[in-house]
Design a protein around this ligand. Structure first.
Ligand SMILES: CCCCCCCCCCCC(=O)SCCNC(=O)CCNC(=O)[C@H](O)C(C)(C)COP(=O)(O)OP(=O)(O)OC[C@H]1O[C@@H](n2cnc3c(N)ncnc32)[C@H](O)[C@@H]1OP(=O)(O)O
Length: 219
């Protein structure tokens, strides 16, 4: 089962894979958008379906057994390329490119199209939660204490339109193994959704760190 893995891979190889898979993923994203919005005739839809199934069969010729997992590189970087929000190889991900500032603030400018609709022309509330979960989680992790989302609380102040958006997050406070982060989603007019969450370094990770003799970083 895919989990966290240490990989012996060079930076050049990571760059090569990113240049290969990034455009593939973007093409699939465009396919999803095209499928939602197409108005071509029935025969064209059926022909497209057959072509897509043939492409899927080609990609399935050799596959991972499970999901992608999170892979750490020798230089200390990590690849979460299957991640539902930021995954380079995940067409479900918008994707978000999340920037981290020295101050601890994390932010991302991104665009949500037709695939993320809830109410007509508006972002699905669950998608807003998806984005903010990742944003707050990354802000918490950048503070040195990565964790699983324990509780995430959202306040939908007004509807979020599809289109260009910004998400921001920062750490509010740290209490031992629990990091409290806050953030929001905004359109050009201002904040649409506010979020607060607690991210907890899980017991299994705490025990593993204690065994490896490096517990202090997370205490
Ligand atoms: C650059 C970096 C990249 C890093 C980038 C990473 C970004 C990832 C962002 C996405 C994150 C996700 O979606 S994560 C996926 C969604 N979340 C999950 O599936 C989590 C499922 N739940 C769990 O695994 C677990 O319940 C945990 C980890 C939340 C807690 O388990 P535990 O560690 O065994 O907890 P336990 O010892 O009992 O309690 C520890 C302390 O936490 C408190 N606590 C326990 N559960 C909760 C809770 N749900 N909400 C609040 N507080 C809680 C307890 O009261 C206690 O406080 P005290 O007595 O010590 O005061």
């Amino acid at each position: 089962m895919a989990r966290y893995a240490q990989e012996d891979v060079t930076a050049a190889e990571v760059a090569r894979q990113k240049a290969l898979y990034g455009p593939l993923t973007q093409s699939i994203r465009e396919l999803v958008d095209a499928a939602i919005r197409t108005e071509v005739d029935d025969d064209t839809v059926r022909a497209a379906q057959a072509e897509i199934e043939a492409v899927t069969a080609r990609l399935r010729a050799r596959q991972l057994e499970g999901s992608y997992g999170v892979r750490f590189t020798p230089s200390g970087g990590s690849r979460a390329w299957g991640n539902a929000v930021v995954g380079t190889r995940n067409a479900v991900a918008p994707p978000l490119v999340i920037h981290h500032e020295e101050s601890g603030r994390a932010w991302s400018d991104f665009d949500l199209g037709a695939a993320y609709e809830g109410p007509p022309g508006l972002v699905h509330g669950g998608v807003a939660a998806l984005v903010l979960d990742q944003m707050l989680g990354e802000a918490a992790g950048a503070g040195g204490k990565p964790g699983m989302t324990g509780t995430l609380t959202l306040r939908y102040r007004r509807a979020t339109p599809l289109g260009p958006l910004r998400a921001e997050a920062h750490i509010d406070r740290v209490e031992g193994i629990k990091t409290y982060a806050v953030g929001h989603l905004a359109d050009a007019e201002g904040v649409t959704v506010e979020a607060e969450g607690v991210f907890i370094l899980p017991r299994w990770a705490r025990e593993r760190l204690e065994e490896s003799g490096f517990p202090s970083r997370f205490e």
